[in-house]
Design a protein around this ligand. Structure first.
Ligand code: SF4
Ligand code: SF4
Length: 435
């Protein structure tokens, strides 16, 4: 353990961790922002050192807000290369929260994080409004006139997401079949609010695969997990959203809670830490965190029972940064796809490196995000893959944008969309229908 130089001014909880960096520089080559802009403050070493300077009073956090704090993807790719395991994304996230505590929050961000995202009803209204804008042509007009840029974050999201599907994931649940018998377990499904609106087909595919594999699916009405509030540094909003979701989830009569969005599910698993000092919610939050698991991991561990048909596809797997570095979660998608007959999984260079799409990074750092995305697709094209698989909604949308721009022959799919398509192929075969 490193000796701490001075009493910390703030961020006592990460001061020790920020002091563990030994300046070895092994984090440089694996940092997506450093490889696209090789300056010292883009590395974990540089960012952590500057946060430590702020904690010890040599600089102010506002001096490093634009750059060292804002350009970090909080992807933790550096941690995999770091012997002392300096938790850079945690240190950067906590520094952003401290900065917002000191300087306040932009009003538009507060409105979104405290009024819209915590309310399932407000999210439904937003979907109706966006759909109406699309159907009437207002959406296209907003884009053509450049108004989407003027609208800031909501406009950027409109552009990034593209046309919204007519039905949300919650609406599609009503059309799903019963679980295949015999039932193996009953799962509570953690619908990601972003995927619910922007890529509900992926959520539907996940549920169909679980049902076909003998898992009963219960779908509680949730608001946002609170992850965007964490990324943007709004601690209060993050805690409030976690507490509201724990109120819904803790009494759910299910064996386990599963999510099909890696970052969102990982955030639910942190509810015990987020609500540790909330005497009303701490125990229930611990139970929610302990019972939460990524759907791919649960199914890969349990084994697939549904009949899978052949897919003659060359597939590359992109690994979301939010998957844990250690353990078997990261290999779950590969284990599941290995069960699909005729599917060829090809290696992808820098598969674990971020695609530049987390949170609002594509909006806040558009040039950096694009450079990272372009590098990702150089590797995708070199891999020879026809299908690129992921299990995170922001990656799904970012990679679809990248495919449209740099590799139009590549389909980008959620891992459960691939499994669902394989199941449908098997069903068509057994019914003697054309594939
Ligand atoms: S790899 Fe870890 S210890 Fe080495 S310079 Fe980077 S943050 Fe510091
Ligand atoms: S968290 Fe990601 S972007 Fe930030 S320093 Fe580490 S590797 Fe670089």
């Amino acid at each position: 353990m490193t000796d701490l130089a001075v009493p910390p001014r703030f961020l006592e909880d990460v001061y020790q961790a920020a002091s563990e960096c030994n300046k070895c520089s092994l984090c440089q080559a694996v940092c997506p922002t450093y490889v696209t802009n090789p300056v010292e403050w883009e590395t974990a070493r540089g960012r952590v050192s500057l946060v430590r300077d702020a904690i010890e009073g040599r600089i102010e956090l506002r001096d490093i807000a634009d750059g060292p704090l804002s350009t970090c993807l909080t992807c933790d790719n550096c941690v995999a290369a770091c012997a002392p395991r300096v938790p850079t994304s945690l240190i950067v996230s906590r520094a952003r929260m401290e900065l917002h505590d000191q300087e306040g929050h932009p009003w538009g961000q507060s409105l979104a994080l405290r009024t819209v995202l915590p309310r399932a009803g407000a999210l439904r209204f937003l979907h109706r409004l966006s759909r109406a804008a699309q159907v009437t042509g207002l959406h296209a007009l907003i884009r053509q006139t450049g108004l989407s840029r003027w609208l800031g974050t909501p406009g950027a999201l409109m552009d990034h997401v593209g046309p919204l599907p007519r039905k949300t994931a919650y609406q599609r649940v009503r059309e799903l079949p019963e679980a295949a018998q015999p039932v193996r377990a009953r799962v509570g499904f953690l619908v990601c609010c972003y995927q619910n609106l922007a890529a509900p087909g992926a959520t539907e595919a996940s549920m169909r695969v679980l049902l076909a594999n003998g898992f009963e699916v219960e779908v509680p009405r949730l608001a946002c997990s609170g992850l965007p509030a964490k990324s943007l540094g709004d601690r209060e909003a993050m805690v409030d959203m976690a507490a509201a979701n724990v109120d819904v989830l803790h009494s759910l009569k299910v064996d386990v809670l599963v999510g099909d969005v890696a970052s969102c599910t990982a955030h639910y698993k942190q509810y015990d830490t987020i609500l540790a000092s909330d005497s009303l919610h701490a125990v229930a939050a611990q139970r929610v965190a302990q019972r939460t698991i990524l759907a791919t991991e649960m199914l890969a561990d349990a084994g697939q029972r549904a009949t899978l048909g052949p897919l003659r596809w060359r597939v590359a797997i992109d690994e979301p940064c939010s998957l844990p570095i250690d353990g078997t979660t990261r290999s779950a998608a590969r284990r599941l796809l290995s069960d699909v007959p005729r599917l060829e999984i090809v290696p992808l260079d820098e598969a674990a490196m971020c695609c530049g799409g987390p949170g609002l990074y594509f909006h806040d750092q558009p040039e950096r995000s694009e450079a990272i995305l372009q590098r990702k697709f150089e590797h995708v094209v070199a891999s020879g893959a026809e299908v690129l698989v992921t299990e995170n909604v922001s990656c799904l949308l970012q990679l679809r944008k990248g495919a449209a721009r740099y590799a139009p022959h590549v389909r980008v799919m959620h891992v459960f969309e691939v499994l669902n398509e394989s199941m449908e192929t098997a069903q068509r075969r057994s019914a003697n229908l054309p594939e």
